[in-house]
Design a protein around this ligand. Structure first.
Ligand SMILES: Cc1ncc(COP(=O)(O)O)c(C=O)c1O
Length: 404
């Protein structure tokens, strides 16, 4: 029999809490290895990963092709800086541009850096191409957004935890209700250079806007000569059953903001993709990053783009997503208040009289399923796209068990 004081987890949790700033509140699970959709903790307990690194692990843990590519690249060349060109760079930019249907790509590392890149490019485009008076550019964003944690990005967050006590805030942003085209139209004026939106708001609880909203945003942006910046960092690259969440409504933005899954769960890779008329405004020295577009990142991310180019992951996400949403729909009224989402991505609201989202995640973890609460009683489910149908059924069964 295993008794608690023989377990490694409690000590490992204590050490992690002792030596780090408390900017996260993780579940008390200490993972030491993983493969596919499963992770194993330091005590040998296995869990089905239903978070997938907030979509950074769309292809599962240690996808064999991605790991082989990373090993091969580690043995040849890892970093050059952008002072020189390396042999993995052009293929990555070219193949990602093809996947996005754009002319150019600009690689960075984290999602927040992709967002910062988009903001800088949109402002410069506004001054140089649209003719906005110097220093006047405005960008319209949505209530409930999550675009990252830098000081500029949290300046237009509506989440007090993300924002309070971190001012003074960067000016130049207008916040409108998500899903409301009239409010968006009213917020746009001659100073507006861009509308920055998540096609589905992940952090907010996988909130899908009303049908027709995203095409309406596209039309407004075109009519008003405003750039549509689509933050597909969490929603993109297969998660929703299409390459991009915007594909479901046949919408093409002026710029895609990508991250998370682009790094194959191995390295941080982000990028923005747009045409020359937009990204062409940048000149040497105006933007960059030491690690952005490094050889290891490019090699892995090129392989990611090739996995996506087959369409297999998107199809899998659509098919298994239908199975997941049907099963979850059956729990509405049985402990769940609402289910939202698209593809292998679901935001579920637990009846708050039963338990908090945190408690639900703790109970799921005890039953071998990892998920994470977002706001209050909302949990996000985003298993890797390699998950098997029976594994999804297992996850839903554990959810049913903790709700009953
Ligand atoms: C939609 C969206 N944009 C941007 C980010 C920021 O990405 P990162 O944490 O890599 O900076 C996230 C992270 O969760 C996100 O979900």
């Amino acid at each position: 029999m295993i008794v608690d004081d023989m377990l490694l987890t409690p000590g490992a949790v204590r050490d992690a809490e002792r030596w780090t700033a408390h900017n996260y509140h993780p579940l008390p699970v200490v993972i030491s290895s993983a493969e596919g959709a499963w992770v194993t903790d330091v005590d040998g307990k296995r869990y089905l990963d239903c978070l997938a690194g907030y979509s950074a692990l769309n292809f599962g843990h240690r996808h064999p092709k991605l790991i082989a590519t990373a090993h091969e690249q580690l043995d040849r060349l890892t970093l050059t800086s952008r002072a020189f060109i390396h042999d993995q760079f052009a293929d990555f930019c070219h193949e990602l541009a093809d996947l996005c249907g754009t002319e150019l790509v600009l690689p960075m590392n984290t999602g927040a850096e992709a967002v910062e890149t988009a903001i800088k490019v949109a402002r410069k485009w506004g001054y140089q191409v649209k003719g906005v008076p110097a220093g006047q550019a405005t960008i319209v964003v949505a209530d409930g957004n999550f675009h990252g944690r830098t000081t500029t990005i949290i300046s237009f967050s509506t989440d007090p935890d993300a924002r309070n006590d971190f001012g003074p805030y960067t000016p130049g942003f207008r916040i409108v209700p998500y899903g409301d085209l009239t409010a968006l139209a009213e917020a746009i004026d001659e100073t507006t250079v861009a509308v920055l939106l998540e096609p589905i708001q992940g952090e907010q609880g996988v909130v899908v806007p009303p049908t027709g909203y995203l095409p309406g945003v596209r039309q407004l942006c075109t009519e008003q000569n405003v750039l549509f910046l689509a933050d597909e960092i969490q929603s993109g690259l297969g998660r929703t059953g299409a390459t991009f969440a915007l594909d479901h409504e046949g919408v093409k933005p002026d710029m895609y903001l990508l991250g998370k899954a682009l790094g194959g769960g191995i390295v941080p890779v982000s990028a923005v993709a747009a045409d020359k008329s937009v990204l062409g405004v940048l000149r040497p020295g105006e933007h960059g990053s030491t690690f952005g577009g490094n050889p290891l990142a490019c090699a892995v991310a090129t392989e990611v783009v090739r996995l996506l180019a087959t369409g297999d992951f998107q199809r899998r996400s659509a098919e298994l997503g239908a199975r997941l949403h049907t099963a979850l729909g059956g729990l509405v009224g049985e402990g769940l208040v609402a289910v939202r989402g698209r593809g292998l991505w679901a935001g579920i609201d637990i009846d708050p009289s039963l338990m908090t989202g945190r408690q639900a995640c703790e109970r799921l973890a005890a039953r071998g399923v990892l998920a994470k609460d977002t706001h209050g009683s909302t949990i996000r489910l985003a298993p890797p796209l390699v998950v098997e149908p029976e594994e999804l059924d297992f996850a839903v069964e554990q959810l049913r068990a903790i709700l009953s």
